[in-house]
Design a protein around this ligand. Structure first.
Ligand SMILES: [Zn+2]
Ligand SMILES: [Zn+2]
Ligand SMILES: [Zn+2]
Length: 385
């Protein structure tokens, strides 16, 4: 088993290179005063509490970027670590759903809905779960980790001021985090978002790995989709994410075909509702609707699909992503999917598994969508695809 070091380092050796002084020092990353910067990383006189939650509440998520006329309840929330949802948020207006959340580490075949009740589905979900991360800035949201292969092997010097690890050292690239655009909208926000890997078990909080986001990689306003990179202290963490991703894909392939097909009627969410330890919830897809407003969108869609197919055939999907990134606001049609799965504040940005299949190099991959929020006009959760 490989050893993972948290970004905050060993508490006993955690001496920041700069200490607060009577003269104001500003953070090079977020330009705030060091003692309470928006990174949520306070530099305390005794060098402890580098990851203290008390300073995480400095700024609010900016919700201005929502679609016009959108009546969405944004599901970010204040941080409530722990295991019990009713304790974390007794006043939650959806608290009748709290019993529907299953602890991710305790998931068993018995918890699965009828058509999916098979041990292979349980194994697959238990392999999806480790890649789900908790995101913290002033609020809590959820994201999922993946590999950005052209950043594997890259390093950047660690920002000394934010780190408790002594001496000059580098951070390792290769990990990307997918979440909503309304959670992380730009590089400033990416660089001040804390990413917590492996908050799976409240009794094992020591194994949680905490890092900071690095920069925005790709964002799409209309799809409410963001991917940002996350450079980490432990190179092995990049390898681990790569392995977990392969295991997840392999586990999907082990599910009998008729069950894989049946899974498109279900919406499975893995998230940190109210910021508590990782939970899984099951529900059904209620409705899907394609929104195509004009001929231009349709033409763009056909062109993009043509480009995608050529790139996929030539094993060059990264090139496709690069092309696509040039036109982040290209008018495209999109599909809205509604589902009744339990979600709460903190579930924003979480993966939703709805049996969506892409085939890459002959291998069937289950591609998650990204949970947005609760659509008040419909009375159900929604996501864009
Ligand atoms: Zn800062
Ligand atoms: Zn460092
Ligand atoms: Zn709730």
């Amino acid at each position: 088993m490989m050893e993972l070091n948290g970004g905050a380092g060993d508490a006993s050796s955690c001496v920041p290179s700069l200490r607060p002084s009577p003269t104001a020092q500003s953070c090079p990353r977020c330009q705030r005063l060091l003692v309470a910067c928006t990174c949520g990383l306070s530099i305390t006189p005794n060098g402890g509490n580098l990851w203290g939650l008390d300073v995480v509440f400095a700024t609010g998520y900016d919700n201005e970027d929502l679609l016009p006329g959108d009546v969405l309840d944004i599901e970010n929330c204040e941080s409530q670590p722990g295991n019990d949802l009713d304790l974390a948020s007794p006043m939650c207006e959806k608290n009748q759903q709290h019993d529907d959340f299953i602890s991710a580490v305790e998931l068993s075949t018995d918890n699965l809905p009828g058509a999916l009740k098979d041990p292979t589905v349980c194994v697959w979900l238990r392999n999806c779960s480790p890649l789900v991360v908790r995101l913290l800035r002033n609020n809590v949201a959820t994201g999922r980790a993946l590999i950005i292969s052209n950043e594997v092997g890259l390093t950047v010097p660690c920002d000394q001021i934010h780190c408790g690890v002594r001496g000059e050292h580098v951070l390792h690239g290769g990990i990307g985090i997918i979440t909503n655009k309304h959670v992380v909208m730009n590089t400033d926000q990416a660089a001040t978002t804390k990413v917590e890997f492996f908050y799976n078990d409240d009794d094992k909080r020591d194994s949680v790995v905490k890092e900071l986001g690095h920069q925005l990689h790709f964002t799409n306003r209309k799809m409410d989709y963001t991917m940002f990179s996350c450079y980490v202290h432990d190179r092995d963490l990049v390898k681990l994410v790569e392995n977990l991703d392969l295991r997840r894909q392999h586990a999907w392939g082990c599910i009998p075909r008729h069950i894989r097909q049946a899974s498109s009627a279900f919406a499975i969410v893995i998230s940190h509702p109210h910021g508590v330890v990782k939970k899984i919830s099951f529900g059904r897809v209620i409705d899907r609707e394609m929104r195509c407003r004009n001929a231009e969108e349709k033409r763009n869609f056909q062109l993009i699909r043509f480009l995608y197919e050529i790139c996929a055939k030539n094993n060059a999907l990264e090139r496709f992503a690069a092309y696509f990134a040039v036109y982040p606001d290209l008018p495209l049609p999109y599909t809205i999917t509604w589902y009744d799965t339990a979600t709460c504040k903190g579930s924003s940005g979480a993966p939703v598994y709805m049996g969506n299949i892409v085939v890459e190099n002959g291998v069937e991959i289950n591609q998650a969508h990204t949970h947005r929020g609760f659509d008040q006009s419909k009375g159900y959760n929604n996501c864009f695809t």
